[in-house]
Design a protein around this ligand. Structure first.
Ligand code: SIN
Length: 504
């Protein structure tokens, strides 16, 4: 039976940074990373904007970054966590740079700091408009050269095994996973598990999140009895490129507005100052909501991003990927208005963790987007997510170094149900159910008059339909993923009550 001291689920920035730090500090520990597709297929690699870090203490300060974060979180941030993350940021950034990630500098050799919504200062370090891709590539190249890290692609973790000790504590002792390369379900023994499985944007019709963002970590943790919090706070990014029914939608970084782009309506007029004095640079919740109202009032399917007044050469230099993407579909931001809509972008809540990324099960950690750390409150401040991932990966790594000795391998498996079944992989019928689920959650979330009872009933019906697609003695991987989406959807519906909380 395979075994590893630490199993990391997911291959975005938090999981990879955690793995590298821990592997270097503890060469005696075996670390295994499982990821359900190719390792680079993550939300991280799609992150355009960058990392918010105070680097210029003459113009900026930790206090200002803390204040901006608390304001964006609208009263629900944990102030101690906010302080910890922001004060640690320069150290974590330095480590990331030591690992090879590079960030743009200006002609004077200083960091070329970007501005984004809700920030009172320019403080976003970026690698053109593909900061996440740069980080993902550099971290993955180190992972593949590190002797005590094994990276298993196309390995989907499907269930966590827990055991109650004599002292009545629950431990996480292993996980079932589907090895797509060999079409087999297997079990791995572990001493600790780190979930870094990202978010659940795929529950919505319009999202910037890739197809993998199906809430797997949230659902597995919930089934294991771990506390999940604040799932009602889904963040909508105001500027996703409107392209009909496409899913995911292409993101147009908030940095474009920080660079001076306007948002205009069908009459080509700016309208955001009606909603907030900061106009286009208000926080995402405010800008997204304003756009939604404008779309509703004008009965139009989108508004526009107007970049026509910006310096063309400079725009292209800062945003080569965005320019290339637009050009490929016949849009030229220097002369055309770019149609945009708000889209589900970031899950502010998630698996409840302490300042070390520890969940309510002591040897189960959650870091990155799947975790609810207390940093974001109701609405994450732009470019605070890569930062949170680094800081909590560091905290979890430090903590596990001290605690892992207390956890020994245990071969008691409480979930024998996967061993004798046929495995099937027909995704087709689930795509229809997935669309129904996305429609349900999108309209539930946007409604001013939510009927959670009816929404739960519909989830139950979708579950029955999904179950009818499989025989009793077979398991299908799309069913597992779809079940995770249903579980996460139910949590959102339950946590949305009674307060009206939607961002858009
Ligand atoms: C963006 O570039 O607008 C996205 C960055 C983030 O999600 O903070």
């Amino acid at each position: 039976m395979p075994k590893t001291d630490i199993l990391i689920v997911g291959s975005g920035i938090s999981g990879l940074f955690f793995a590298i730090k821990t592997a270097r500090k503890r060469p005696d520990l075996s670390i295994c990373i499982m990821t359900k597709e190719m390792a680079s297929n993550t939300n991280t690699q799609l992150a355009q904007g960058g990392i918010a870090v105070v680097t210029n203490h003459l113009k900026d300060s930790f206090e200002q970054h803390i204040k901006d974060t608390l304001k964006s979180g609208a009263g629900l941030c944990d102030e101690e966590i906010v302080k910890m993350v922001i004060q640690q940021a320069p150290e974590r950034l330095e480590e990331l740079i030591e690992l090879g990630a590079s960030f743009d500098k200006n002609q004077e050799g200083q960091w070329d700091l970007g501005l984004e919504g809700g920030h009172s200062q320019h403080r976003i370090l970026h690698h053109k408009d593909s900061s996440g891709l740069e980080i993902e590539k550099k971290l993955l190249s180190i992972i593949t050269q590190t002797a005590n890290i094994e990276l298993l692609e196309n390995h989907q973790v499907i269930e966590l095994n827990t055991e109650t000790t004599k002292r009545n504590e629950v431990n996480c002792t292993g996980a079932f996973f589907y090895d797509k390369n060999n079409n087999a379900i297997k079990y791995i023994l572990t001493r600790a598990i780190v979930l870094s499985t990202g978010g659940c944007g795929q529950l919505f019709e319009n999202t910037t999140n890739p197809a993998i963002a199906t809430g797997d970590g949230i659902a597995m943790a919930a089934r294991a009895g771990v506390e999940i919090e604040d799932m009602q706070y889904m963040q909508f990014h105001p500027t996703a490129l409107s392209s009909g029914n496409k899913n995911p939608l292409f993101l147009i970084s908030e940095a474009v507005r920080g660079f001076g782009a306007y948002i205009v309506n069908y009459e080509h007029k700016r309208f955001l100052f009606k909603y907030d004095l900061r106009g286009e640079l208000a926080t995402r919740d405010i800008v997204s909501r304003a756009i939604s109202i404008e779309m509703l009032e004008t009965q139009k399917k989108h508004v526009y991003l107007d970049c026509r007044h910006l310096d063309q050469a400079d725009f292209f230099k800062h945003f080569p990927s965005i320019s290339a993407h637009c050009n490929a579909i016949g849009l030229y931001p220097e002369k055309d208005l770019v149609p945009i809509v708000p889209a589900a972008h970031y899950q502010c809540g998630g698996i409840k963790v302490d300042r070390n990324g520890v969940t309510t099960i002591k040897n189960l950690y959650a870091i990155g987007e799947c975790a609810r750390t207390g940093l974001h409150g109701k609405n994450r401040l732009a470019s605070n997510s890569l930062l949170e991932a680094l800081v909590f990966a560091h905290q979890a790594s430090k903590n596990i170094d001290k605690t892992i000795a207390a956890f020994i391998f245990s071969s008691k498996i409480l979930l024998p149900k996967f061993s004798t079944v046929n495995i099937k992989n027909n995704y087709e019928p689930y795509l229809i159910l997935k669309k129904e689920l996305q429609k349900l959650i999108t309209s539930f979330y946007a409604s001013n008059d939510r009927d959670s009872h009816l929404a739960m009933l519909k989830i139950k019906m979708l579950k029955n339909e999904a179950e009818n697609l499989i025989d009793r003695n077979e398991i299908t991987i799309p069913f597992i993923e779809f079940s995770n989406m249903l579980t996460t959807a139910l949590i959102i519906i339950k946590q949305c009550q009674p307060e009206k909380t939607h961002s858009c």
